[in-house]
Every structure is written in C-alpha cells, then in structure tokens.
Design a protein around this ligand. Sequence first.
Ligand SMILES: [Cu+2]
Length: 159
Amino acid sequence: MKSLSKCLVSAAAGSVLLLSNPSITFSADLAQHITVYVLRGEQSPKGPDGHGHDTIVPANYALKVGEPVDLTIINYDEGPHTMTSETMGVDIQIAAGLEQADGSVKPVTTHVTITPKQKGTFRWHCLTPCDKGGHYWAMSNSYDGMGKDGYMAGYFVVM
Ligand SMILES: [Cu+2]
C-alpha cells in the first residue's frame, strides 16, 4: 500500500504544496489574484524629468490563456483611470479615490475579473487624462500609443 505520509501536490498554477500530514486539507483554488495599486504623483518613483507621476503598479502582468484573473485595484489617486488594451479587448474602468477636505485621498477599490482569450503580448494604457500635477507626462504619446510604459501603460503577457 502506498504511503500517504508525504504527498507532493503540484498544482497547475505552479504552486507546490508539501503535505506531511494526510489530514491536512488544502484549497484547490487555482485562480490568479493580483493586487494593483494606483499611486498619485507624489507617491510614485520620479520620472526622468525629476517629478513624480501618476503610476499603476505593477505595469506588467504574466497571465495564462483561458484562466480567469481577479484584479483588486486600489486607487490612491483622486482621479479615475483605465487599463485599456484594444488589442486584447480589455477596458478596465478604475474608480477614483475620494479626496478629503485636508487634501489627502481615501483609497477606493475596484474589483474586476478578466479572462485572456489568446496568447500574446498586449499593451495596455490609461485613457483618462491624468497626471495633471506632472503636466500629463505619464499620459503623453509614446512610440506606439498613449501613456508612458511603467507609469500609465504596460503589458499583459498571455502565455
Ligand atoms: Cu491614468
């Protein structure tokens, strides 16, 4: 009889769980969950111009074709943003944070689930006129569309 005292369970999502006690149960939830942060200019790394700019962190995402991914997007900025990829068919609307009387912002969370339908590398960018405090630098046109990579643009890499 095969011993169950040590059972190596390899999940399709790439996580590995070592069970030393067969009575331990585990979640078979293979869905990918990613927390995304929208930062105001003064919270963000400085750009080459020496100023902070509105930034969506992370900018790049490794996803699996056909597998849903849950995004929890926490917006610390008082403005709305989008993560829009025309080539991937994604248009995520990010709710604005709530500006307080003292100028601080109460973060607002947006939940969205997307399921990549085809493999490839798809650029996303923000369609909202944002980064006003940074003179819209994070939004300005770059080589293949609106938005600066690493600030208000990035990539979905679907494998
Ligand atoms: Cu934006």
